[in-house]
Each structure stands twice: as structure tokens, then as C-alpha cells.
Design a protein around this ligand. Structure first.
Ligand code: ZN
Length: 160
């Protein structure tokens, strides 16, 4: 899954198969993955939103502190929506609804393995061996996360 691309809303999809690679695949003695053309409907996101949030933290995960760096020296982190964008949640694509997280913590948020309390404490609902989170989210003073989104997320996963 690509960064910032959570499940797409595939309302309609038209597919057509092509076999232009089959000759090449035969020559290489292997089978290449089939290619298909598809039309999908997806939510259009504002690229500036995750970029701005990630910049505040220098790519450091707000939940566990991990800072992933590539060989080019650039950091890799993800802009994680607290109230998901897709149906039925319809969360807004705004900075107060986005956290800077490492890929693991992003997944843990999305599957409800962690939820966030009103004081930004991290409630661990399901463990990850070797992957500890901080007691609280790191919060930059310029990052105004809105408590309504963590409440929505918490209510969705644990009903309070
Ligand atoms: Zn993390």
C-alpha cells in the first residue's frame, strides 16, 4: 500500500486484459504478473496536509519515536488520518485529523490496536512484540490535533 493511500472507494471498475507481456515472459522462462487497465473512483487528498504535519516532526513517529531514513537521507513517515476519510467515517482531510506516524503505528491506529485518549495518552489495546509506543503522543505546539477525532476513533474501536 502506497503512503497515504488507504482503501480506495471503488465505486465502479472496468477492467480489460492485455497480453503484451506474454512473449517477454515466455522468453524469460517465467510468468510475469498480468496487467489490467482499471477505472477507479478515489478520494482526492490534499498533499500539503500530510506534508505539513510530517515536516513538524522531521519524520519522527508521534507514537513510538521511530525515524526511518532512506539511503538518500530522506525520512519516511506517513500522514495517518485519525477519523478515516472513507465511508462510513467521512473524516476530514485536515491537519487536526492527521498524525505523523511510522508505517507500523499507522497500521496499529487503523486496526484499533492503539487508540488515543483526550490527553494524547496512547491506549494499547493489542500488543506488538518489540514495538513499544510512548505513554503519550509527541505533540508539536503548532500541531492542533482536534480531540473530536481521537474521540471518534476511540468510540469506533472501544465504544467510549
Ligand atoms: Zn511508530
Amino acid at each position: 500500500m502506497q503512503q497515504d493511500e488507504l482503501p480506495l472507494d471503488e465505486l465502479d471498475q472496468a477492467e480489460s486484459e492485455t497480453d503484451e507481456d506474454s512473449e517477454e515472459a515466455t522468453r524469460l522462462g517465467g510468468k510475469l504478473p498480468e496487467k489490467r487497465s482499471a477505472t477507479v473512483q478515489r478520494i482526492v487528498r490534499d498533499a500539503a496536509v500530510p506534508r505539513n504535519v510530517k515536516a513538524l516532526y522531521g519524520g519522527e513517529c508521534q507514537a513510538c519515536g521511530l525515524r526511518l531514513e532512506g539511503p538518500d537521507g530522506k525520512t519516511y513517515s506517513e500522514g495517518a488520518h485519525i477519523q478515516p476519510l472513507g465511508e462510513p467515517h467521512r473524516g476530514p482531510d485536515v491537519e487536526p485529523n492527521v498524525l505523523c506516524l511510522c508505517p507500523n503505528c499507522h497500521v496499529r491506529l487503523d486496526i484499533g490496536a492503539i487508540v488515543i485518549d483526550d490527553d494524547w495518552s496512547i491506549i494499547v489495546r493489542a500488543g506488538a512484540l518489540g514495538g513499544n509506543v510512548h505513554p503519550k503522543l509527541t505533540m508539536h505546539r503548532k500541531h492542533k490535533v482536534h480531540v473530536n477525532y481521537v474521540r471518534y476513533h476511540r468510540k469506533h474501536w472501544q465504544g467510549d
